[in-house]
Each structure stands twice: as structure tokens, then as C-alpha cells.
Design a protein around this ligand. Structure first.
Ligand code: ADP
Ligand code: XUL
Length: 561
């Protein structure tokens, strides 16, 4: 029987999220209500891998950051074990997922054969550990491929040309430059690779027991896909590495089914043999689905390991900054996005150094310092930043004259340090000013109608208050901050429905008119600032322009070409 949401009564939809620091699960009922969730943290629950924040930093190769591929497999197994007492796997009619974007996995020759003949009596990790041509997966935090980025851009006529073709100029973390680096520095690994998966298609492959396609949305984060045609771009493939197309396999829309769940999971975990595996996609695209973002005036801010800002748009208009990806739940539309590497981990560092390792103390400092921070403006790059492309380093300034809201004569001088309280406010204010400045420059709504915040740090109300003040709009949040696994569960349901109906159906059909009764409705967290807030907003606007100017100078002085 089909219920109100046109999904079968009693059915469950499983959404997984393989992210930088953890794997998470969210389970939705046919009424789109969260019935269970679970997390496995890599550092604390799989300590034998000795990762920090889920990653390794290579001391011998500047900017190289990677994760052990097999850790993600072991984490998936542990996640399912933890979830087992909470839900009946045989009721799951579709599963989908979300992966940290850009990260890649290298299956060695014969990998497909191993994948399709897994013994349910043995663990996944013990059987897959030798299935890869390298045990290391480069991830999105990596910044070691500047040379390959320039080579690829030059081969296709420059950065803007590459952006027009693929939706982004070349970025170090994007998979194409990462593949080129492996081809150039470890040709034996490249040669021995049968299939290259993204984190998303890798996890889908394990569930389906065969190589899953790369979905078109996450595929756009590789610098390899023609953003308009949604096929591999021959020109960029050639500029990247030889014989690449066959190693990548096909692309597929995000709502398509990758197949039925493999017999391994049927026998070992009692999944139903008809359970569909819907294509996995990237974490930001899944968040877009989970936040039910469908109004062009809405902006989403995700404060996870990375900080991202994203929205939707009808047309692809790529430029030298930001990224354009296909919208994962609207086949004719696009999503636009900005990404910062120094997100939660950098805030944590400042919290640990200045605020007694406590978010409560951190928030108390925000509350005890004045808006605009008396002109203290900071740039905090614990890791090589993506936006703007600046190396590791902290830069602090004191800006003068911004108190006159009409002034265009702001001056600043550099200082070595701030007191701990100001440092705390400066890292949060600075990030939000940067987000606003870059979002406006990228043509995102200005001011947004509303901002929907998600990711680990969106549970922090002091941070949300600053977002509302700096952007001048109300801030909403969703029931739980892990919108990526929630979005994956929703996409599982959507994929199931599309399969049932024999073609694409709008995702909104599952919740229109009923959103408030589901776990998807966004709730107001901080209202738009009133009259006093509007005066403050003018000053923040001045400070934001000043910040963009200082940032430009920093990039000219110490940034990468
Ligand atoms: P990801 O999915 O990218 O692995 P999450 O979205 O789970 O990351 O976010 C994890 C981060 O959330 C942690 O690194 C932590 O610093 C941050 N976080 C958790 N609680 C708070 C809080 N109250 N204030 C600020 N940041 C927080
Ligand atoms: C997006 C990006 C990160 C990762 C990890 O381009 O690099 O947001 O998806 O979350």
C-alpha cells in the first residue's frame, strides 16, 4: 500500500554519509520522519588507523593529505553493526549515500571480481584490503597538485576555459589533478588501476557488489566532466592522463539506481534482496537535497569539517571563483558553491588555544565582545586555504574609521596578536564576512531571503547569531545538523520513486504541502536583525569590503598563481 508521501507503508530509507571525520547514517520512514541515526568517528572508534580528524598529513610531500581507503570500509561495517539493533534492515527498500567530495579510490586490476564474490561469512575489510592499487585515497583537503592544475588549465586554453567547460577552474583537491599526479609520480599505480571511484561511487560499489557509475553531480567536482553535456570531456581527459575514460566508467544521474543490494548484505545483514542502491553523490549536493533547497533566494551554509556556501540556479555560468555542479535532484538545474578548507578544525584550534577547549567558553567570549570586534579582523589558515588560495598562516589587522557607516576611508594596520576573547570573535566574524563577500561576488543572492545552516557547528547559536547580523537575514536550521545523511536518505526515497514510476519525478512530490510534518522542515533559529541591526549591517558591509581588499593584497603577495 502506498502512503501519503507516495512511498510504501512501513518502508525505510537508509542514508549514509562517508565524510572526513566520520560515517553517519540517517533512516527515514515512508512519512519522511527520522526513525534512527548513528555515527562512527574514525579517530576515536577506529584508533588503530591513527588518523587525526580522519586524515593523514604527509610530512614529506607538502600539502599532501590522504585517508586510508580501507578505513572507510571498516567504518561502514561498524556503522551497520551499530545500526542493527535500531532498525529492521529487511524493511529498507532503498539506500543511498553521500561522500566527501573529490576524494578518490583506485581499484586494482581484478577489483571487480573481488567485489562481486564477497563471502558473507567474512568481514568486508579483510576481503577488500588487497583490492586497491594504492591503499591511500587523496582527499579534498589535499593541496599538493598545483603543478598539475596549471598543466591541465594550460592544455585547454586557460583557467576560464576550463571553468566554462567543467564548471570550475582547476583546483588542487579536484580529482582530475589528483589522478594526473598519480599518473606522473607513480605510473605503476596508474597502470595497475582498473577503475577509479569517487568516495561516493566507491561506497555505492560496495553496497551494489559491482562498480557503480560516478553520478553527474559529484562528477562535476573532478575537472573532467563537460558541465553542459554531462559527459566526460575528451579534451580534459587527454590533458589529464592516458586511457582515463575506461578507468572512470560511465556517468549517471543522481536519482538513478546503481543496482540491487549485493547478496553479501542480504546474507550478512538481512537486507531484502530487492533493496535498491541509489547512486551516491557528494556531501554538499546531498545537503542541498536534505535542506530541500528549491528557492533561488535561499542560501545554505554548511559548517562541517569544511565550510561551504551553496544555492541553486537555473543556468550554469562558471567563473574563476566557486563551482557549478548539476543539481542532484533537478536534472535541468544547477547548484553553485564556495568551499573553505579552514572550517571547524581551525575554529577548534582557536577554541583550544584561547577558550579552554570548550565551546561554552568560546560562545561566552563571542557574547562578551562587541559586534565588529572594535575593528579586529583576522585571517586564520591552519591549512592551506582554498578560498582564497593562501598558505598556512594567521594574519591580524585592526581596522579604523569603520564606525562611521558612510565612511569609505577605512585604514588598517597589522598586529601580531589579539587577546583571546577578540581572537574567538575574529575567527567567526572573519569567516562570515568572507562568505558574504565571496557569495556576492559569485552572484549569489544578496541579501539572501534566508540562510539555512547545517553541519556540526550549526548547533552553535552564537555562531548563527553572527551569521544573521553579517548577512542581514533570518537563519534557519534543520532538525539535525547532519543534512548530508538526511539528504541521502531522502534521495534514496526519491530514487526508489523514480524507479517505480519509470522515470524522473520531482522530488518535491514526496513532501509538498506536508513538509512541516516530516523531519525535513527548517525552523527559524535567529530572526533577521531589526532597525538597530540594519545600522550594524551597514558597518559590517564596510568591514566586508575592507576584508576583501586586504585579502586581495595577501593573495598578490603570498598566494599561488
Ligand atoms: P563532517 O561531516 O565534515 O565530518 P560535521 O558536520 O560532523 O563534519 O562537523 C564536525 C565539526 O563540528 C567538528 O569538527 C566540531 O568542531 C564542530 N562542532 C561541533 N559542535 C560544535 C559547536 N557547538 N560549536 C562549533 N563547532 C562545533
Ligand atoms: C567541496 C569540498 C568539501 C568536501 C568535504 O568542494 O571540498 O566540502 O566535500 O566535505
Amino acid at each position: 500500500m502506498v502512503g501519503r508521501s507516495s512511498l510504501p507503508d512501513g518502508a525505510l530509507f537508509l542514508g549514509l554519509d562517508s565524510s572526513t571525520q566520520s560515517v553517519k547514517a540517517t533512516v527515514l520512514s515512508n512519512e519522511l520522519i527520522i526513525v534512527a541515526s548513528e555515527t562512527v568517528n574514525f579517530d576515536s572508534e577506529l584508533p588503530h588507523y591513527k588518523t587525526e580528524g580522519g586524515v593523514y598529513r604527509d610530512p614529506t610531500d607538502d600539502g599532501r593529505i590522504y585517508s586510508p581507503t580501507i578505513m572507510w570500509v571498516e567504518a561502514l561495517e561498524l556503522l551497520l553493526e551499530k545500526l542493527k539493533p535500531k532498525i529492521n534492515f529487511s524493511k529498507v527498500v532503498a539506500v543511498s549515500g553521500s561522500g566527501q567530495q573529490h576524494g578518490s579510490v583506485y581499484w586494482k586490476k581484478g577489483g571487480q571480481a573481488v567485489l562481486s564474490s564477497l563471502d558473507p561469512g567474512k568481514s568486508l575489510a579483510s576481503q577488500l584490503k588487497d583490492a586497491f592499487s594504492t591503499m591511500d585515497s587523496p582527499i579534498w583537503m589535499d593541496s599538493s597538485t598545483t603543478k598539475q592544475c596549471r598543466e591541465i588549465e594550460n592544455a585547454v586554453g586557460g583557467a576560464l576555459e576550463l571553468s566554462k567547460l567543467t564548471g570550475s577552474r582547476a583546483y588542487e583537491r579536484f580529482t582530475g589533478p589528483q589522478i594526473r599526479k598519480i599518473y606522473q609520480t607513480a605510473p605503476h599505480i596508474y597502470e595497475n588501476t582498473e577503475r577509479i571511484s569517487l568516495v561516493s561511487s566507491f561506497m555505492a560499489s560496495i553496497l551494489a557488489g559491482c562498480y557503480a557509475s560516478i553520478d553527474e553531480t559529484d562528477g562535476a567536482g573532478m575537472n573532467l566532466m563537460d558541465i553542459n553535456k554531462r559527459t566526460w570531456s575528451k579534451a580534459v581527459l587527454e590533458a589529464t592522463a592516458p586511457d582515463l575514460e575506461q578507468k572512470l566508467g560511465n556517468l549517471a544521474p543522481a536519482y538513478a539506481a546503481a543496482g540491487r543490494i549485493s547478496s553479501y548484505f542480504v546474507e550478512r545483514h538481512q537486507f531484502d534482496k530487492n533493496c535498491l542502491v541509489i547512486q551516491w553523490s557528494g556531501d554538499n549536493p546531498n545537503s542541498l537535497a536534505g535542506l530541500t533547497l528549491n528557492t533561488p533566494g535561499d542560501l545554505a551554509i554548511s559548517l562541517g569539517t569544511s565550510d561551504t556556501v551553496f544555492g541553486i540556479t537555473a543556468e550554469a555560468k562558471p567563473s574563476l571563483e566557486g563551482h557549478v555542479f548539476p543539481n542532484p535532484v533537478e536534472p535541468d538545474g544547477y547548484m553553485v558553491m564556495l568551499c573553505y578548507k579552514n572550517g571547524s578544525l581551525t575554529r577548534e584550534d582557536v577554541r583550544n588555544q584561547c577558550a579552554e577547549k570548550s565551546w561554552d567558553v568560546f560562545n561566552n567570549y563571542i557574547e562578551k565582545t562587541p559586534p565588529l570586534n572594535d575593528g579586529k579582523l583576522g585571517f586564520y589558515y591552519k591549512d592551506h586555504e582554498i578560498l582564497p588560495p593562501l598558505p598556512v598562516g594567521f594574519h591580524r589587522y585592526i581596522v579604523k574609521n569603520f564606525n562611521d557607516a558612510s565612511s569609505d576611508n577605512l585604514t588598517e594596520h597589522e598586529v601580531q596578536e589579539f587577546d583571546p576573547r577578540s581572537e574567538v570573535r575574529a575567527i567567526v566574524e572573519g569567516q562570515m564576512l568572507s562568505m558574504r563577500g565571496h557569495a556576492e561576488r559569485f552572484g549569489m543572492p544578496n541579501p539572501p531571503k534566508r540562510i539555512i545552516a547545517t553541519g556540526g557547528a550549526s548547533s552553535n547559536e552564537s555562531i548563527l547569531k553572527l551569521i544573521a547580523q553579517i548577512f542581514g537575514c533570518p537563519v534557519f536550521t534543520v532538525e539535525r545538523p547532519d543534512s548530508a545523511s538526511l539528504g541521502a536518505a531522502l534521495r534514496a526515497a526519491h530514487g526508489w520513486l523514480c524507479k517505480e514510476e519509470g522515470g524522473f519525478v520531482p522530488i518535491s512530490r514526496m513532501y509538498t504541502g506536508n513538509l512541516e510534518k516530516t523531519s525535513l522542515g527548517a525552523k527559524l533559529a535567529v530572526p533577521a536583525p531589526g532597525e538597530e541591526g540594519r545600522e550594524l549591517l551597514k558597518k559590517y558591509t564596510l568591514l566586508m569590503k575592507k576584508r576583501m581588499e586586504i585579502e586581495r593584497r595577501l593573495v598578490e603577495k603570498i598566494g599561488r598563481a
